[in-house]
Design a protein. Structure first.
Length: 214
């Protein structure tokens, strides 16, 4: 399992009888193992290729779920205040408009509903198998090509690094609040393609965030 998925799973809590929306399906669906207890599951994925792969790999004996081909922030087809839990293991890593995505999620979440997602830690590039670019600044946003990270994981090709303070501002502007915040290191859980001396495997790579709607 992608260690990011495991970290997301730990923060989700019980999904029994929940109405769940999962944004993004690269690498699989976090909530798929719980479809037998979930009341309703909708998966939103912008890539037709990823959806085809999901269909081909689906267990015919598993409970069915709805897959919608569209942008992760295009959630107008989902009723207002209808989702108990929204999950996005990789979606916020690559979105170009996190403001819109968070507002779209707030619209569909019921009051006290949860949104659990991961974002790249600003220190990710300093802990990669390459030297940080000369223009890298911790308090600025950057786009990183995941192929140079050496993780060997199925990730979006380009991911965004944003300051932690900006993440909190985005959540607050969307009218949500942070419930839990966990910095994780996945580098010590996987075997990199190559090994580079001097990199600290204990530095955080990603952040798992659970936000709630008041």
């Amino acid at each position: 399992m992608n260690p990011l998925f495991g970290a997301i799973e730990r923060n989700v809590g019980s999904l029994r009888s929940c109405r769940v929306v999962e944004l993004g399906a690269i690498g699989g669906i976090v909530s798929a193992p719980y479809t037998n207890v979930i009341s309703n599951l909708i998966v939103v994925e912008p890539s037709a290729e990823v959806i085809t792969k999901l269909t081909q790999e689906a267990d015919p004996d598993s409970p069915r779920y709805e897959v919608h081909n569209g942008g992760l922030d295009e959630l107008a087809f989902i009723n207002i205040d209808s989702a108990d839990t929204v999950i996005s293991a990789l979606g916020l890593l690559s979105t170009s408009d996190p403001d819109r995505l968070l507002r779209s999620v707030k619209r569909i979440l019921r009051p006290s509903g949860s949104f659990i997602f991961s974002v790249a830690h600003p220190l990710l590039i300093t802990n990669s198998l390459i030297e940080p670019p000369s223009d890298y600044r911790y308090f600025e946003s950057h786009i990183v090509d995941t192929q140079v990270l050496g993780f060997g994981l199925e990730l979006p090709q380009k991911i965004s690094l944003r300051p932690i303070s900006k993440l909190f501002s985005l959540v607050q502007r969307a009218g949500l609040y942070v419930d839990t915040f966990e910095e994780i290191s996945i580098r010590n859980q996987i075997k990199p393609k190559t090994q580079q001396q001097g990199k600290d495997k204990d530095l955080p790579d990603f952040i798992i965030v659970k936000v709630k709607k008041r």
